[in-house]
Design a binder for this molecule. Structure first.
Ligand code: G3I
Length: 374
């Protein structure tokens, strides 16, 4: 009798002990788990970083960056206006710090962006002569891409060159140089840094007309022997738009061109936008209207769940096409740093990313990691 009680007690102690070890192991695994570890076999996963992170001032965001991500993109510090503010001056201070951050943490470093009609050196908008424009573009791209030769893994060489209907945007580059500016930019970038992958990057690349335009743009480059390694689909999406069928159609169509696909600027707005309002005149001032800023203090759990479900569906699609997708980059580390708090309306409270304003993981984070652990 005594013997059987002793045996039972030993078994009970063993089970309790085993349970505690398992619980600790699970907790440790959960603590050690990270987006980059879970998605290591699928694609790079990263975030755009701002000055606060690059300068190490935002220690909480930096901590998330190091733990969760293996690729970084510069939200603003490598744009023409920041690096090349006037015809005869370059300022690489912040761009150097950005690249150093990526190297120090052994990350896949993205360069964004060599040629974009927005945030361009202001003097460029008054250039009228094709040869002069070509010289400025050559000087900019060569100076920047040579400086980071062998350090930048992938350049957004040209950003947002298309209209929504797929035609080429009437940028100052197109007006002055004609469409040859595209080929010109890519060739100069390849010469300046043959080791970097060269991308075309744009938004709404899921729209059928824009998809056709992007395919035309890429095929024209390829036809002329221009090196292009990939296409960036920016990923500034909403809770219901775009349809994932259109996104999938684009991923497949771009991949068929023999190039990589990157989701370069992923964020999911949970706020209404003026143009979604029936008959809304976008120039109408929506500042501070409750209707356009419905969650100023906290995101209702129902919307938190909607966001999590949307990220779940999106990452399921990305995993289905991980053979085509090289990288998924969130456009910011946490909700507080998102550009979407100030666009298209300033001073709103948006909740587009996986980490909240207190740098805590959101339901969306756990759903995205859950796709790899469950
Ligand atoms: O640095 C100045 C600061 O000195 C000044 O006090 C302040 C006054 O408003 O402006 C600051 O510059 C702002 C900059 O972000 C840095 O915060 C610019 O005004 C503002 O226009 C700029 O917005 C950026 C926007 O691109 C335009 O460049 C956003 O942060 C950035 O998230 C956004 O990112 C773009 C991608 O590069 C391309 N794809 C679309 C995406 C969203 O527009």
């Amino acid at each position: 009798m005594v013997k059987s009680i002793v045996v039972c007690v030993i078994i009970l102690l063993f089970l309790v002990g085993f349970g505690k070890i398992r619980e600790t192991k699970l907790r440790t695994e959960e603590h050690d788990a990270s987006l980059k570890k879970l998605y290591a076999k699928d694609f790079y996963i990263g975030a755009a970083v701002n000055d606060g992170v690059i300068l190490g001032k935002n220690t909480q965001a930096l901590q998330i960056l190091k733990k969760e991500f293996n690729t970084i993109s510069p939200e603003n510090v490598m744009k023409w206006q920041e690096i090349h503010p006037s015809p005869n001056s370059f300022n690489f201070e912040m761009a150097d710090k950005y690249v150093a951050l990526g190297k120090k943490n052994n990350m896949h470093i993205v360069g964004h962006t060599l040629l974009w009609h927005s945030q361009i050196g202001s003097w460029m908008n008054s250039v009228k002569d094709s040869a002069v424009m070509a010289n400025y573009i050559k000087e900019h791209i060569t100076t920047v891409a040579e400086r980071y030769k062998g350090k930048i893994d992938s350049w957004d060489v040209v950003n947002e060159a298309l209209n929504e209907d797929g035609a080429l945007r009437e940028s100052v580059f197109l007006k002055v140089m004609g469409e040859r500016y595209l080929e010109y930019a890519f060739k100069i970038a390849e010469k300046a840094d043959p080791s970097a992958e060269l991308y075309y990057n744009d938004y709404n690349m899921w729209k059928p007309k824009k998809r056709e335009g992007a395919i035309q743009l890429i095929e024209n480059l390829q036809k002329n022997g221009v090196k292009i390694h990939g296409v960036g689909m920016q990923g500034h999406w909403g809770l219901t738009e775009p349809s994932l069928e259109e996104v999938e159609t684009s991923i497949i169509a771009y991949s068929k061109l023999g190039i990589k696909v990157a989701i370069t600027e992923l964020d999911i707005t949970v706020l209404p936008n003026p143009w979604e309002l029936e008959g809304a005149e976008i120039s109408q001032n929506f500042e501070n209207s409750d209707e356009m800023n419905p969650y100023p203090d906290v995101l209702p759990d129902s919307v938190e769940v909607q966001l999590a479900n949307r990220y779940r569906d999106i990452f399921k699609l990305f995993l289905k096409h991980s053979d085509k997708i090289d990288r998924v980059t969130f456009w910011g580390v946490n909700d507080k740093s998102s550009w979407l708090n100030n666009w298209p309306i300033k001073k709103r409270t948006n909740y587009p990313l996986l980490f909240d304003r207190d740098y805590k993981t959101k339901k969306a984070y756990h759903v995205v990691t859950g796709l790899k652990t469950n």
